[in-house]
Design a protein. Structure first.
Length: 380
């Protein structure tokens, strides 16, 4: 499956189907099947995994045996050696399993021997769709034994669709999840911390959530001209018009950029806008009671706040294996408990602990726990 073999029309249709999930979330399994076929893999899924509390939950999937899926989430999610290291990879970066844990090391783990191998899986390609300090919403497409390791073609193909999957998940999943627990879309949108504006291709506003209305009332950079959403800065307002017209046709809204800066670089705080084409406008109108061509997601540009484990990993250059042991030190009382949880020998745990002591300048496991607490975010 070479990149040169990609049919532009097929790719365009796939991207359109990805955005269709905003209006029809029940189509996610079919869309994920198409994504797996495009990338070259099997058993695609979007799931959430927390590396600290060792909990995971699937959002959408295709082709997995329910028993296989249940075994992972009930028994093996906590032993997955790709976490927590995978959670620290920036959202949108395509990765293979070997990028996080070397294949030879991965095949020695309990997770591989008891779950991966029995399911006929050889490798996986994916990306984080949304990251928090110790957890992430993940996209994963498995590679079968016949398909072998993730190759450059699979990476390149995944890289073409991940930005669209991220936007669809960010808006579609959040809106639908909140809407299911509320009396209407207005209330659903009101619980989000980002500003959401549903507009037509000319920028005429159909709906804004509570945060969006707050930004309009403040008027520092966003405002209404009649019924039309506009930006205070003239050049940025022109860029907004262009992005809306482009997004309404299903094309990338901003050439080469992930988001449009709504404030000049000299203005703090900075605010960014992401554009989600609502390619199923008719279905959206029928479902929600109004017409909209584009969803604009407005968020404050913020610096990522790392967890204590991530901070220590970056400062001292820890390997993925050392991060797993460090995480377990904060959870388990003994070396034997850590070994059982990670599916490795007690001797291997001791080897990693020795490396951790050497890198961090500590001498006991209790010192490592204090290091985690000292480097954690004091606001969480």
């Amino acid at each position: 499956m070479a990149v040169d073999d990609i049919d532009p029309d097929d790719l365009s249709r796939l991207i359109g189907q990805i955005y269709d999930t905003v209006a029809n979330p029940e189509t996610w399994p079919v869309v994920l099947e198409r994504c797996a076929e495009f990338v070259g893999g099997v058993m695609p899924s979007i799931f959430w995994q927390d590396a600290i509390v060792r909990w995971a939950s699937v959002f959408y999937f295709h082709g997995e045996d329910p028993h296989c899926r249940d075994r992972y989430f009930q028994t093996y999610a906590g032993t997955n050696p790709l976490f927590p290291a995978r959670s620290f990879v920036e959202s949108g970066i395509v990765m293979g399993g070997g990028d996080v844990v070397p294949h030879a090391e991965f095949r020695e783990t309990r997770f591989f021997k008891e779950w991966v191998q029995s399911e006929g899986i050889f490798d996986a390609v994916g990306a984080n769709l949304q990251c928090h300090p110790t957890s992430s919403a993940c996209l994963a497409v498995q590679r079968s034994v016949e398909q072998r390791v993730v190759d450059q073609s699979s990476r390149a193909r995944m890289d073409m669709i991940v930005p669209h999957l991220r936007r669809a998940v960010l808006t579609g999943r959040e809106l639908d999840h909140q809407k299911a627990r509320s009396d209407g879309l207005e209330k659903a949108l009101g619980s989000l911390s980002t500003g959401i504006f549903l507009v037509d291709k000319e920028g005429r506003l159909s709906l804004a959530n509570e945060k969006g209305r707050q930004l309009l009332e403040e008027g520092s950079f966003l405002r209404l001209r009649g019924e039309t959403l506009s930006v205070a800065h003239p050049k940025i307002d022109h860029a907004l018009r262009c992005a809306l017209r482009s997004a309404a046709t299903g094309k990338p809204a901003i050439d080469g950029e992930a988001a449009l800066a709504l404030t000049p670089v000299t203005v703090k705080p900075r605010w960014l806008a992401t554009f989600l084409p609502l390619s199923t406008g008719a279905r959206l109108k029928a479902r929600l009671g109004f017409n909209a061509d584009v969803a604009i997601i407005v968020r404050r540009a913020e610096i990522h706040v790392a967890s204590g484990i991530e901070t220590i990993a970056r400062i001292y250059g820890l390997t993925a294996a050392e991060m797993r042991v460090l995480r377990s030190v904060a959870v388990y009382a003994s070396v034997e408990d850590i070994a059982r949880a990670l599916g490795i020998s007690a001797g291997t745990v001791k080897t990693h602990l020795t490396a951790l002591f050497g890198k961090t300048g500590t001498h006991r496991r209790a010192d490592l726990v204090r290091e985690i607490a000292a480097h954690g975010n004091p606001l969480t």
